[in-house]
Design a protein around this ligand. Sequence first.
Ligand code: GLC
Length: 411
Amino acid sequence: MVSPNRDMGYDVADYLAVQPAYGTLDDVRELVAQAARRGLRVLLDLVPNHTSDRHPWFSDPARRDWYVWRLEPNNWIANFGGPAWTYHAGLGRWYLHSYLPEQPDLNWWHPEVRHAFDQIIDFWLDLGVAGFRIDAAHVIVKDALLRDNPPARSDDDRFTVLRGQRYLYNQCRPEVHEVLRRWRSLTERRQPPAVLLGETHVQDLSQLASFYGRGDELHLALNFAFTLSPFQASSLREIVERTLDMLQPLGATPVWHASNHDIPRFPTRWCEGDRRRIELALTLLLTLPGTCVLYQGDELGMVDARLPPGVGHDPVGRDRARTPLPWDEGPNRGFTTGRPWLPLDDATASVAEQEADPGSVLALTRRLIALRRQLGPYRPGQSSQTSWTYWRGTTRVTLDFEGPAASIATP
Ligand code: GLC
């Protein structure tokens, strides 16, 4: 969508048009059609928590109340650091931004904001997209009284301790569920129903489970307790088994992902580029029950790029995980005949190279994807601090984090 790119597309200035650098609405139609021919469906990333400060809504006097204003700031902090409030000299008031000052938060208590997003969702579903990843899905509705957050306690999760306050009033408010149910009903009017995948950045697994509602909210809620766990058998096993215990009674589908565009890639973060650890992590991701989300490059075991100083676009330094895929050994590693938006480095073997090698990470990923369709229910097996065995029906998966080594025994 159209964006001044202060936060690479997460600051939207027009929800109903394509960023000109990427093409036109007709190109989206063509993409959807070509994908369908290959058995693929296309999801879009939808950013409902905030717009760009360049969105016409933000400067429209008739739409002042579409944003969150205050005469004095409260103690909330922005996710990119600093206070979550910026003074608007023209209006003599402060506006809320959970991220950059150029990303003012929308006021989700306002019925017209809700209505505007119904129309945005319908617009893209009419165009043929199969659903949405909902950005910051847990953040959108704020406390109606905008109360101060309480200080963190030493027994809080490490992220809360680090930022020094509990996000009690600026996220996971009970009213967010009304909005999710509203969107779910929009998706269900479609045939086949569209899918909602939430970026639900919470550590508490019961909170995570709440976003599935009673089968009437998100279809899939990204599990950041798993993603941000240390790469240790005992920690990952505990999170996975607690997640399954929470979700199974709801009939909800768990989601596992280990990389995304905001954090270092798992082959770097979890595996320090070690090939056997990368294989172990992919085996885990692709043999757990539920849905697996691979970030572009995970299938190649792609590590973070080494970028020369001063190169990059992101205000908070996430570029190393955002460099393009290496397709082959040609110029710009086959990604573009133009100038790539970030440099490609040569630390990861290209798609072409890996396709020619049956022992490659890509070949393993493909074997695992073929296998996962045949796997039965999860059952824990023998485990220790450093190793984890589980069954999927009659298939046994053994992950030895010390080795490191992964093995799969099929009957
Ligand atoms: C989400 C996105 C991230 C973005 C932020 C603000 O966390 O994944 O890239 O910066 O929301 O929209």
